[in-house]
Design a protein around this ligand. Structure first.
Ligand code: FAD
Length: 480
C-alpha cells in the first residue's frame, strides 16, 4: 500500500502502538490524524477536566511526531466517517488503521465506519492496544461474561503475561504533500473561565509524562503499595489513570515494566503483585461495560432501578460537590478533586458511599460530577466504581456495607494529615477530633478557632438514621 491513515484516538503514544506499527510496516507513507467529533459520544463526550488533558496530550503527541519528521493532522467535525472520507479523497489513502476502544457508542461508531470504508474499497483495520485481553475473550466456565472480579482475575492471571510491548517505529515516512490541518487550540478544549490552569503544575500529559509517572512509582511507592495504596495522605499509588485512559502508556507497558522491576527483588513482589491486580480491575471494568453496555447509565441488575432515591436531594448533592458536607474526609476528597482533577481511590469509595447510601442521591449524579471533574474520567472505570458503591453493579459490595466516614477516616488517615491538607479550617484540631468535629467538646473547637455552622458545617445528614433508611430500602429491593 502506498498511503495509510493512522487514526489516533485514545492511544496517544508512539511506543507499543500496534496500529501505528502495522501502518509503518505495510505502507510507504503514513498520515497520522486525530479527529474531534465529540457529538458521537453524546452524553459521554469528554468532560471539562478530560478536555484539558486532551488538549495538552495532543500538543505533546504533535511534538513527538514532529521529532520523527511527521505531523499530526487534526480535524474537527460532526462525523468521523465524513472526516475520514475527506482525508481519503485528499490524500488517496488506501488504508485506515486504528486501535480499538470498548465504550458502547464508540464500538457502534467504529463498526459502521469500518463497514462503510471497506465497502468503498478502503483497507480498514483495527488492533488491540487498550486492554491486555479482548473483552469477548474472557469467559466463565459456562461461557458467560464475568460479573465478579476474583474469578475474572484468576482467569486473566492464568493466561500468563501479555505479549511484550512494541518499540516506537524509528521513522514515519511522510506523504509528498500534507493535507491541511487545524491547530489543537482550534478544537476549543480549554474551559472558560480557566478552571484548568492549576492542573498544569500537577500533571504532565503525554507519552513522556506517562513514562515518568510510571518510573517514579516503580522506583518508590511500589515497594509499599500493598498497604500504602489505602492511605490518602501518602503518594503511594502510581497516578497513572489519566495516562492509561488517554493511552499515553499501554497496559502492556505498565505490566511488563512492573514485572521487570520485580524480577529477583523479593521486597518488591508483594506491592508489585497487588498493583498488577489493580490493573486487572481496569480490564474487568472494560469487560463489564462491553458486555453490558447499559451499565454506564442504568443499574447492571434491573431490580435496583426501583431504589427509592431521596426526594429533594439536590441541595445535599450541591453540598457534596462543594466539599461542604460536614464529614471531613469526604470534604477533603471533594476539594482534592476540585483542586487537582484527581481523588484518592479510598476517598472516592467513602465519598461515593455517602452520596448514594446516606444522601441517597442517584449514583448517576455522582458519576456525572466525576465525569466532568476527574482528569482520569473513564466510562468503564467510573461506571464500575459508582455501581459498586451503589451495590447495583458487578462485584457489588454487600448491600449492608455502608462506609462509615468517621471510622474510615480514623483508620486510613489516622493523624488527619489528608484532612488538614484539604480542609484547612480544621487544621488546628487535635488528631483525635479532626475526623468528627461535630462530636468535639466546645472548648476544643474554641481552642482550634472553629465555630461549627460558621467556619465548618455540621454534618448535612444524620448518619445513623440515613444508614437505617438505606438498609431498609436495599433490603426491600433484595426481597422484591
Ligand atoms: C466511585 C469511583 C469512581 C471511579 N472513577 C474512575 C474513573 O473515572 N477513572 C479511573 O481510571 N478510575 C476510576 N476509579 C478507580 C480508581 O479510583 C482509580 O483508577 C485510581 O484511583 C487511579 O489512581 P492511580 O493511577 O494512582 O491508581 P493505582 O492504584 O496506581 O492503580 C493502577 C491503575 O490500575 C487501575 N485501577 C486501580 N484501581 C481501579 C479500580 N478500582 N477500578 C478500575 N481500575 C482501577 C487504574 O487504571 C490505575 O491507574 C473510580 C473508583 C471509584 C470508587
Amino acid at each position: 500500500m502506498k498511503t495509510v491513515i493512522l487514526w489516533f484516538r485514545r492511544d496517544l503514544r508512539l511506543a507499543d502502538n500496534p496500529a501505528l506499527r502495522a501502518a509503518v510496516e505495510e505502507a510507504e507513507r503514513v498520515i497520522p490524524v486525530y479527529l474531534h467529533a465529540p457529538e458521537e459520544e453524546a452524553q459521554w463526550a469528554p468532560g471539562g477536566a478530560s478536555c484539558w488533558w486532551l488538549h495538552a496530550s495532543l500538543q505533546a503527541l504533535s511534538q513527538d511526531l514532529a521529532a520523527k519528521q511527521s505531523r499530526l493532522i487534526i480535524r474537527r467535525g460532526q462525523s468521523s466517517l465524513s472526516l475520514l472520507r475527506e482525508l481519503i479523497d485528499e490524500t488517496g489513502a488506501e488504508g485506515v488503521y486504528w486501535n480499538r476502544l470498548y465504550e458502547p457508542l464508540i464500538v457502534e461508531r467504529d463498526r459502521s465506519v469500518k463497514a462503510a470504508l471497506r465497502e468503498q474499497g478502503v483497507n480498514a483495520k483495527s488492533f488491540r492496544a487498550h486492554l491486555l485481553r479482548e473483552p469477548w475473550e474472557m469467559r466463565t466456565g459456562k461461557g458467560e461474561p464475568y460479573r465478579v472480579f476474583t474469578p475474572f482475575w484468576r482467569t486473566l492471571a492464568k493466561q500468563g503475561d501479555p505479549p511484550q510491548p512494541l518499540r516506537q517505529p524509528p521513522t514515519l515516512r511522510p506523504p509528498g504533500q500534507w493535507p491541511s490541518r487545524q491547530t489543537v487550540a482550534e478544537l476549543g478544549l480549554l474551559l472558560r473561565p480557566r478552571w484548568d490552569r492549576k492542573l498544569h503544575d500537577l500533571w504532565q500529559p503525554g507519552e513522556a509524562g506517562a513514562a515518568l509517572a510510571l518510573d517514579h512509582f516503580l522506583d518508590g511507592a511500589m515497594a509499599v503499595y500493598k498497604d500504602g495504596r489505602d492511605l490518602p495522605a501518602e503518594s503511594d499509588t502510581a497516578r497513572l489513570s489519566p495516562h492509561l485512559h488517554f493511552g499515553e502508556i499501554s497496559p502492556h507497558q505498565a505490566w511488563h515494566r512492573a514485572r521487570a522491576r520485580m524480577a529477583g527483588q523479593a521486597r518488591l513482589s508483594e506491592g508489585g503483585e497487588a498493583w498488577l491486580r489493580q490493573l486487572a480491575w481496569r480490564e474487568f471494568a472494560h469487560h463489564v461495560l462491553f458486555e453490558f453496555p447499559h451499565s454506564s447509565d442504568e443499574p447492571l441488575y434491573e431490580r435496583w432501578a426501583g431504589f427509592p432515591w431521596r426526594e429533594g436531594y439536590q441541595p445535599l448533592l450541591r453540598a457534596w460537590q462543594r466539599g461542604e458536607t460536614g464529614f471531613p474526609i469526604v470534604d477533603a476528597g471533594m476539594r482534592e478533586l476540585w483542586a487537582t482533577g484527581y481523588m484518592h481511590n479510598r476517598v472516592r469509595m467513602i465519598a461515593a458511599s455517602l452520596l448514594v447510601k446516606n444522601i441517597r442521591a442517584p449514583w448517576q449524579e455522582g458519576a456525572r460530577w466525576f465525569w466532568d471533574t476527574l482528569v482520569d474520567a473513564d466510562l468503564a472505570n467510573n461506571s464500575m466504581g459508582w455501581q459498586w458503591s451503589a451495590g447495583s453493579g458487578a462485584d457489588a459490595a454487600p448491600y449492608f456495607r455502608i462506609f462509615n466516614p468517621w471510622t474510615q477516616s480514623k483508620r486510613f488517615d489516622p493523624q488527619g494529615r489528608y484532612i488538614r491538607r484539604w480542609v484547612p479550617e480544621l487544621a488546628e484540631l487535635p488528631d483525635r477530633d479532626i475526623h468528627t468535629p461535630q462530636a468535639s467538646a466546645p472548648a476544643i473547637l474554641a481552642a482550634a478557632g472553629i465555630q461549627l455552622g460558621r467556619d465548618y458545617p455540621e454534618p448535612i445528614i444524620d448518619y445513623k438514621t440515613s444508614r437505617e433508611e438505606a438498609l431498609a430500602a436495599a433490603r426491600a429491593i433484595r426481597q422484591s
